[in-house]
Design a binder for this molecule. Structure first.
Ligand SMILES: *Cc1c(COP(=O)(O)O)cnc(C)c1O
Length: 436
């Protein structure tokens, strides 16, 4: 047994104490607070470059969170930073159309053929919230099906997960949500076509849409089983409901054209966020032109935003998408992630740890569970106490994994052989210290 090094972070500790007097819980988004790994001082960052982040105490960490997804080129890519700088010199926000919006819209539509037109917003939450309003406007129906363990931002009707049972009516997951709103959200287990079929049989003519993370990322990375997404497509066709792919996380991450291109399934509406803004706050929703024609001012579904299509966000997103076009980007991302995950699985075997890995392109999860993971219930079997020890062991050795067993980890083009080796060495050392 080796002992775990502890990184002293006095400046971070002090900053967190101050933050807690000013911000609820000391943070502006809950998962940053490390509550799922037993609390403690979160990382307070000073700067980031490539695959490395630096905290205000001067410690470096190899980053597998990447701003929760956007930084697929690594942090502070010089050409993205320069695009933002140049754009900023001409003004930060106009509230008038700019040519940059056309350019980013064209770049998105070229990569996502099922998006015939697109509307830019300022976050993933806004994108999904608007997409479901659009589905209701287009179909004239009220209900929505979502999947247990999938996160779609914090809009009221989406903060609902399943209770037990197939046709469970929505129960809000957060205080402050009207049960009347939550009731319109039906839930099914991920990868369970029969449960979805049962919901369609019960409520089919009132189901506006089926909303899904086509590769789930917000319960850890969970892949769709063979035929699952195709089955949803067919049921939606049969019942006249819209299929909505929430690719806020997976868009430009698993493939330049998202999960829908990788699996060759065309949704009716797609939502994007994270990478599309290259680190700036941008989201988007788009889809079939006849559906999108309902969005104001072309149609009667109202949705607006003072900072929507903001020039800095458009410039950062456009440059990011252009740089991702370099030859073999996604092949290399996938190959490197596979090497890392295979190395992690190998170490788990060496230390006789129950484990299951999932990976697609530049996203992956290592679950400490006995059996393969296909849905949220499987994920919940993870050994949380062990995950905590593993997380802190890695952090203290300079590896920042997602601070929750229910989050996917990400790689960037800067995560290459040297970074993989460093990560696996830290993991071996961590397991030596925590596995008895
Ligand atoms: C992150 C995320 C959202 C919410 O995006 P925000 O920009 O945080 O509002 C929605 N859906 C999915 C799948 C996400 O991963």
């Amino acid at each position: 047994m080796t002992t775990t090094p502890t990184r002293q972070r006095p400046l971070s500790d002090a900053a967190f104490e101050t933050a807690k007097t000013l911000l609820p819980g000391g943070v502006n988004s809950p998962v940053r607070a490390f509550k799922s790994v037993g609390g403690g001082t979160p990382l307070f960052l000073q700067k980031a470059k490539g695959a490395t982040i630096t905290d205000i105490d001067g410690h470096d960490y190899l980053d597998y969170v990447l701003s929760w997804g956007p930084a697929i080129l690594g942090h502070a890519h010089p050409q993205v930073v320069e695009a933002v700088r140049e754009t900023a010199l001409n003004g930060l926000s106009f509230g008038c159309p700019t040519v940059l919006e056309n350019l980013l819209a064209k770049a998105v539509i070229d990569r996502f053929p099922a998006m015939e037109t697109v509307r830019f917003v300022s976050s993933g939450t806004e994108a999904v919230m608007s997409a479901i309003r659009l589905a209701r406007a287009f179909t004239g129906r009220k209900k929505l099906i979502k999947f247990e363990g999938c996160y779609h931002g914090h809009a009221d009707s989406l903060l609902v997960k399943a209770g037990s049972g197939v046709a469970t009516l929505g129960i809000p997951d957060s205080a402050g949500i009207s049960p009347l709103v939550a009731q319109e959200t039906l839930t099914a287990p991920f990868n369970d076509l029969e449960a979805v079929m049962a919901l369609f049989e019960a409520y089919g003519d009132d189901i506006a849409g089926v909303l899904i993370e086509p590769v789930a990322g917000n319960m850890g990375c969970v892949l769709p089983m063979n035929g699952f997404l195709q089955g949803l497509r067919e049921m939606c066709n049969a019942y006249g409901s819209l299929l909505i792919f929430d690719e806020v996380m997976t868009g430009f991450r698993v493939h330049s054209g998202g999960v829908q291109t990788l699996y060759n399934i065309a949704p009716d509406i797609t939502t994007l966020g994270k990478i599309i803004g290259g680190g700036m706050p941008v989201g988007a929703y788009g889809g079939r032109a006849d559906i999108m024609a309902n969005v104001a001012p072309q149609g009667t579904m109202y949705q607006a935003g003072t900072l929507s299509g903001n020039p800095l966000g458009m410039a950062a997103g456009l440059k990011t998408l252009q740089l991702l076009e370099a030859p073999n980007t996604y092949e290399t991302l996938d190959a490197n992630a596979k090497k890392l995950v295979a190395g992690m699985a190998g170490l788990c075997e060496q230390f006789k740890l129950p484990h299951s890995t999932q990976q697609v392109g530049a996203m992956f999860s290592l679950f400490f569970v006995e059996a393969p993971v296909h849905n949220f219930a499987d994920v919940c079997k993870t050994d949380r106490a062990f995950f905590n020890q593993f997380f802190w062991g890695m952090l203290n050795r300079g590896i920042y994994l997602a601070p929750s067993p229910f989050e996917a980890s990400f790689t960037s083009v800067c995560h290459q052989q040297a970074e993989i080796d460093a990560t696996l060495n830290a993991m071996e050392d961590t397991l030596r210290s925590v596995v008895i």
